[in-house]
Design a protein around this ligand. Structure first.
Ligand SMILES: [Zn+2]
Length: 245
């Protein structure tokens, strides 16, 4: 029916717009106050090496210190908790696949610690140096102002000022908007691409205006996986030495 077609086009248009606002100062937070010091599961060597990337392309980092990208400790797993209040159909698989993809592209290790009722909050991360798990929250514009309008997701990580290292982060997804997308033809891949894009922000990638890259500010329906620049940036964000706690 034409209404379905129109809805599909409208939704694609929305997705085209949704990422415009994503890079704006990620409002993130550390969830568990007082979690500081060396993680009990940190090792003395990187848990896994980033892949050898033979491609190159444009990529940008969210922040750098002394010319090097701020990143997560490659020697400790990144713990993730999930609030599935507005989760789309297939959300578990979608997030699992997206985390696996980022892990493979960076060498970073993610551990899903399960579900939480914690809501995304602008206060999260307000305590410098505290390191709770990353919160992935399936939310909506009523709960999260940042999701108003066409924005389908926001994400970012926090670091103590001047530090080379991210302490924690958050990904907030517009469940209702992505739910409408998932029900469209090829919608699952398009929605997963949004999750991948947000996880890209989480681990430190910023937008690039470059065709074929997933970190473009405007999502493209035919770009549902990392481009060469994305992969080069992700490999750089996963390599290097352990964090000195
Ligand atoms: Zn973005």
């Amino acid at each position: 029916m034409s209404s379905l077609g129109r809805r599909a086009k409208l939704s694609i248009a929305a997705i085209v717009l949704l990422m415009v606002g994503l890079s704006a100062a990620p409002a993130i937070e550390a969830r568990i106050e007082g979690v500081t010091g060396r993680p009990v599961d940190a090792r003395s060597q990187p848990l896994s090496a980033p892949p050898v990337v033979t491609v190159s392309g444009p990529h940008e980092f969210v922040s750098t210190v002394k010319g090097r990208p701020v990143r997560y400790d490659p020697c400790a797993p990144i713990h993730v908790v999930v609030n599935e209040r507005t989760a789309v159909e297939g959300a578990d698989r979608m997030l699992s696949e997206a985390l696996d993809s980022v892990a493979a592209a960076t060498g970073l290790t993610f551990v899903n610690d399960g579900y939480t009722d914690d809501a995304p909050s602008p206060r999260r991360g307000s305590s410098p140096g505290s390191r709770g798990p990353v919160l992935v929250a399936w939310s909506d514009p009523e709960e999260s102002d940042a999701l108003e309008g066409a924005v389908a997701g926001v994400a970012g990580s926090v670091s103590t000022r001047g530090s080379q290292w991210f302490d924690t982060g958050a990904v907030t997804l517009d469940g209702p908007q992505l739910g409408r997308l998932v029900r469209q033809r090829s919608g699952y891949a398009a929605a997963r691409a949004v999750v991948l894009h947000e996880l890209g922000h989480l681990v430190g990638l910023d937008h690039v205006d470059a065709e074929g890259e997933l970190m473009q500010p405007e999502a493209q329906p035919d770009v549902t996986d990392w481009g060469p620049g994305d992969r080069a940036g992700l490999a750089a964000l996963g390599g290097g030495a352990c964090r000195d706690y």
